[in-house]
Structure formats: C-alpha cells, structure tokens
Design a protein around this ligand. Sequence first.
Ligand SMILES: Nc1ncnc2c1ncn2[C@@H]1O[C@H](COP(=O)(O)OP(=O)(O)O)[C@@H](O)[C@H]1O
Ligand SMILES: O=C(OP(=O)(O)O)[C@H](O)COP(=O)(O)O
Length: 402
Amino acid sequence: MTFKTLDDLEPGQRVLVRLDLNSPVEDGEVQDNRRFDRHAETVRELAERGDRVVLMAHQGRPGGDDFVSLDQHADILAEHVGHDVQFVADTYGDEAIDAIESLDAGEILLLENTRMCDEELPEEAPEAKADTEFVQTLAPHFDAYINDAYSAAHRSHASLVGFALALPAYAGRVMQSEYEANSSIATREFDGQVTMVVGGTKATDVIDVMNNLGDKVDQFLLGGIAGELFLRAAGNDVGFDLEGMDFFDDQWEANRETIESLLDERGDQISLAVDLAYEDENDERGEVAVSDIDEKDRAYLDVGTETVETYDPVIRDSEAVFVKGALGLFEDERFSVGTVGVLRAISETDCFSVVGGGDTSRAIEMYGMDESDFGHVSIAGGAYIRALTGAPLAGIEVLKQD
Ligand SMILES: Nc1ncnc2c1ncn2[C@@H]1O[C@H](COP(=O)(O)OP(=O)(O)O)[C@@H](O)[C@H]1O
Ligand SMILES: O=C(OP(=O)(O)O)[C@H](O)COP(=O)(O)O
C-alpha cells in the first residue's frame, strides 16, 4: 500500500473526511444504497476512537435534478453509523466554521454538498485546488484530511485533491479496500485463468477496458450491448438500433475499428453469445440461436440459456473473475438469466472476484445472493473502469505524496 491509512493516524484528531454519498434521487428523495453502508464503517471507526469527524460529500451535478442538499444524506448515514450525524447547510462559510468548532470528541458533522461551492468544480491541478479559498479557509480547522471517496477519486475537484496538499492526508477504509481490489487486475499476478465478464449499456467504456487488458485477461465473456456489437462485427445481423432505441449505432461508429481489431487479434480470448433472448408475442421470454438470426427485428434483452451453459465452466475454471456490466436487462426477471447465471457461478467458486458498476452489483441482492460470496463488490463505476486499465486516479495520486 503506497498511502497512509487510519492505522497511521493517532486517535483524538480533528479530521476532515471526504465520502462519496452520490446517490440516485427519485422524486426528490435520496435513495439509500451501498455507499452509505460502506462509508458508515469508516465514520464509525473515527467517531469511536474520539475524533471530531467532519464529512464532505457531493450530490449530482449543478443543473441536474439530482443536484440537491445533503440534509437527507445525514439522516440516512446516521442510521447506518448508528450515531447522530449533524448537518449544516453551508460548505465553508461562518455557519460551517461555527458548527465545526462546536463539535465535541466523537461527534459527526456533515457539511453541505461540495458542488454548491463554486471552487469545487471544475477539474484543475491539485495545486490550483489547494489554493482555493474553500480549501484555505477550511484546512486550518483540521489536523488531518481523510479521503474515503474512492468512487469519485477520478475527479480532480477541490474536496478530492486540494485538501490532500494542505493537510496530512490519509486513505479511509473504503478507499483502502476499493483501491486494493480494483487495482488487482493491473497490479497482481494470478496463478490461473483470469476472466472478465463484459456487458451493460456503456459499451464504449468496456471496449476500452478490453483493449487495454488483452494481456492481463485470458477470457472475455460478452453480453449486453457490447456483446451485440461484437456479434455484429463477427457478421451477424444484430447490434444496431431498431426504431426508438439509441444503444447501438453511436457506439458502433465510435468503436467499430477497435472491435474489429480485437476480434482479429484476440478472437480466441473473446467468447460471444451463441443464443439471445427476447420478449415474445405472449410477453414471455423467447430464445433464438444467433446462427438462426437472418434479420434483427426485435430487441435482444439477455444472452440465452446455451450461452450461460458455455460461460459457466469458464468461470468455474478461473482463478480470478472481474465483472463489468450486466449480460442482460436483469431488472426484469425474464431477462436475468445471463447476469444471475454468471454471478451465481462466481459466488459458488472460491476464485478471487470483483463485481463493479452500480447497476450490475444490484443484481446480487435483487436475486438473493450473498455479498460475502464475492471477493469484492465495488461501489465505484467510472473509477472502477479506470482502475481496471491501470490508469491513475487523481484523488489517489495526491494521497501517495509525502
Ligand atoms: N441487452 C440489453 N438491453 C438493455 N439493457 C441492458 C442489456 N444488457 C444489459 N442491460 C442493462 O445494463 C445495465 C448495466 O449496465 P451499465 O450501466 O453499463 O453498468 P454498471 O452501471 O453496472 O456499470 C443494467 O441495468 C441492465 O439492465
Ligand atoms: O457516482 C459517481 O460516479 P459513478 O456514477 O461513475 O459511480 C461519483 O460520485 C462521481 O460523480 P460524477 O460522475 O458526477 O463526478
């Protein structure tokens, strides 16, 4: 581990902690999710050892419907921590400073959405962020800065990189565990086969990962939108948008050359679906062999049963399995066969496994699997993708500095 952790920090400090509580917001209501549960462990540890704990986090982006105050986040977090979390509707003004200075040992305070402070965005070099009034005003009130926001660490924003230069900086528990698991494909040598399950809707992201990881991954098992694009490149009449869809055509144009060269150069490492599932005229799941598709006239919403049967032994023979993206529209049970099939196979073997992506990891609880049967279930999306390819994350690079 190349950064300092909470083990290196004496208890009883005034700590400024960056979390990532960015959550789905439905009709103005912040939805509870894994991020609260995970960060609660770091927050509880700090409070229990007698630190004065001040938390920063962001929610949404300015202008978006989910760009809301963090008052609800404080209540949700408090439930997970099992301890009161105070909230102040200010980022670094007098109200915030008063609240910070009034904290007793073991108390927890959440500041307002960092993105409500003009200097938080845009992305700039850490030195420029450290020079902002936001950082310069808050930093003197603390002994240490702790970054636990692994899933936002790819952003060079003030609360993620600026404070690390202004204060002694440490990684929180979430930062530590996410970093270790998500970087392992780039940093670790596995004795046996390394497999990556690739699916979901963000085909451009996952194709980029495949392009970068060809030497590290032995087998890619494809599904979802990326899977259909690869089937198209392999000469099948699928992988384009029907009326009312916008999954395929833009991503095809953007990735066509990469897909073709991947198939050309690494075809034997890439497994494609042999059958696909769709909604039939009775609203039931229908399946068709890819070789029988002459013309795409319906949406394909999952890989077929035979495909799962060919992917299953590959997973069971693997030393490590990384998942990025679902193999189908698993939120609809009829189209959950591919995603649940591969996740269940992973959970039943003792391979090292990492499941990433906010949407895909939801399938674990939705279909009654136990999170403890997976090596690591990441709470990161964009940061996970970057870590898989070995790309540095701005918020982690600054923690590595002395
Ligand atoms: N064939 C498909 N058609 C429509 N949606 C799909 C299909 N395959 C996968 N999905 C969707 O992909 C989503 C996950 O993809 P994505 O957002 O890229 O991954 P994550 O958020 O897990 O990183 C799931 O919500 C699933 O419904
Ligand atoms: O939720 C987040 O990213 P993710 O959707 O890639 O997991 C992070 O909080 C970063 O948010 P941003 O993409 O608005 O900078």
